[in-house]
Design a protein around this ligand. Sequence first.
Ligand code: C5P
Length: 218
Amino acid sequence: IAVQDLAGKAILITAGPTYEDLDPVRYLGNRSTGRMGIALAEAAAARGARVDLVLGPTKLTTDQNGITIHNVRSAREMHAVSVLKWRQADAAILAAAVADYRPSRTEAGKIKKKDGPLTVKLVRNPDIAAELGQEKKPHQRLVGFALETENGLENARGKLKRKNFDFIVLNSPNDKGAAFGHTTNKIQLVTNNKVTDFELKTKAAVAHDILDALVQEL
Ligand code: C5P
C-alpha cells in the first residue's frame, strides 16, 4: 500500500489520443496509447486520490478502485468533460495528446474517391489546457505535458506560461525508450526557474515521480 499523501484530493487526468472524424469510417488521430496517463491515474488512486480519467480512444484501460473513467473520442468531447470536472478538482494532469485541428466538417456519408487530389480543410480545436489554466483558482494545481522534437526546454517554458501550468513534464520522442508507445519514459520536470532530470524508468515509476512533485505543490 502506497503512502496516502493524496487522500481527499480530487484529480482530473486527461490521457490518450483524440480522433477527429472525417466521415463515418475515417478519422485523424495520433500515436498516443494513453499509457502514461493511465499510469498516473493508477498511481494517484493508489495514493488515495479520487481520480477522473478522461480517456481518448485506446485499447488500454484500468479497473483500479478510485478511478472514474470518462471515455471520449474527439477533442471537443474531451474538452466538455474536462471543463466540468475541473470545477471540483484540486489538481489536473493533462497527459492527453489532443489534436490541434479537426476537419471543418464531418461528412454524413463516406467520402468517395475521385480523380485528383482531395482537399480537407482543418480548423483549430479548443485548447483544453489553456482554458483550465485561465479558470484556475488559487488552490488548484495544473500540470501539463510537452512532447518536443526540438528546443524542448524553451518550448516547454513557453507553454508553462501561456497555459498557466504549475509545472510541465517534458519528454522527447528522440530519447530511446521514451514517449509514444513505449512502456518506459524519460522526463524532465520544468518550472519557471528549475529543471529536474530523471532517468529512463517504467511509466509507473515516472508517474510516482510526477505525483511527488505535485504533492509538494498542493
Ligand atoms: O501546445 P501543446 O499541444 O504542445 O501543449 C501540450 C499540453 O497541452 C499537454 O498537456 C496537452 O494535454 C495539453 N493540450 C490540451 N488541449 C489541446 C492541446 C494541448 O489540453 N487542445
